[in-house]
Design a binder for this molecule. Structure first.
Ligand code: NAP
Length: 254
């Protein structure tokens, strides 16, 4: 039955940045669908652990700072998830930062920090998980892209560069790994009400301008991404490779 193909019972997922925002909603969705969770991040994800465990699923906390970790640390993080939870079926590269400053004066340290967390960490985690998934002949990788994977944005050149690159990387990996049973795809959230967009929502003119441009007429909630995450993590998406699934209230259609 088709709905069975969406179930994730017995699977193990690693999600980055699941202590709040979109990562918490995605981790919750995967746990609701039956997966056990490894939660990789720098802040204790106690609330997310409680939610996952209340669903009867296991939650493993894997401490790690994506801004400072290198390829070896990411490989260790993935290995510890496999060692503790027995396997790895799903990777969600969710953690991300944004720095707002005009392009002409965009601080070099902001450029470096954003590229490191939003792109370098994504690639190194894809590599580390990909080695395991290619060996076992199956796996699902979901990278979190953005509307700024399509558009230029204003005062966010580092973020736009990183998020465009995330889509390119998703497609590049899909081309290499699809024939080996590994699905690499992305979700492009629209404008979601999280800490990432707090500055935009605190400015009444910007908030109104953005909301007026969204065909759905409202900002998204992290929970709006739950269905897309479960779909791309599941057997229902077995022939979906290199896709970017926009969950944006119609923003791109405008
Ligand atoms: P958020 O509420 O600001 O959460 C960001 C998450 O990333 C937090 O868990 C944070 O952990 C983690 N993180 C940041 N730097 C890290 C580091 N150095 N090491 C480990 N973890 C780190 O943002 P969000 O809106 O949920 O964003 C999640 C993803 O969706 C990001 O990739 C973002 O670019 C993307 N996105 C968001 C929107 C939106 O409208 N909100 C739209 C499109 C795409 P800490 O709590 O430790 O900082």
């Amino acid at each position: 039955m088709v709905l069975d193909a969406f179930r994730l019972d017995g699977r193990v997922a690693l999600v980055t940045g699941a202590n709040r925002g979109i990562g918490r909603a995605v981790a919750t969705a995967l746990a609701q669908a039956g997966a056990d969770l490894a939660l990789l991040g720098r802040t204790d994800p106690a609330e997310t652990v409680a939610v996952v465990e209340a669903l009867g699923r296991r939650a493993l906390v894997v401490p790690g700072d994506l801004a400072t970790a290198g390829p070896d640390q990411f490989a260790d993080a993935v290995e510890s998830a496999v060692a503790e939870l027995g396997r790895l079926d799903i990777l969600v590269n969710n953690a991300g930062i944004i720095r707002r400053a005009a392009a002409v004066t965009h601080p070099p340290q902001d450029w470096a920090a954003v590229l490191r967390v939003d792109l370098d960490a994504v690639f190194h985690l894809c590599q580390a998980a990909g080695r395991i998934m290619l060996d076992q002949g199956h796996g699902k990788i979901i990278n979190i892209a953005s509307m700024l994977s399509y558009q230029g944005g204003v005062r966010v050149p580092s973020y736009t560069a990183a998020k465009h690159a995330v889509v390119g990387l998703t497609r590049a990996l899909a081309n290499e790994w699809a024939a080996h049973g590994v699905n690499v795809n992305a979700i492009a959230p629209g404008y979601m009400a999280t800490d990432n967009t707090a500055a935009l929502r605190a400015d009444p003119d910007r908030e109104r301008a953005i909301r007026d441009r969204i065909p759905a007429g409202r900002w998204g909630d992290p929970e709006d991404l739950m269905g897309a995450a479960v779909f791309l993590a599941s057997d229902a998406a077995r022939y979906v490779h290199g896709a970017v699934l926009a969950v944006d209230g119609g923003w791109l259609a405008r």
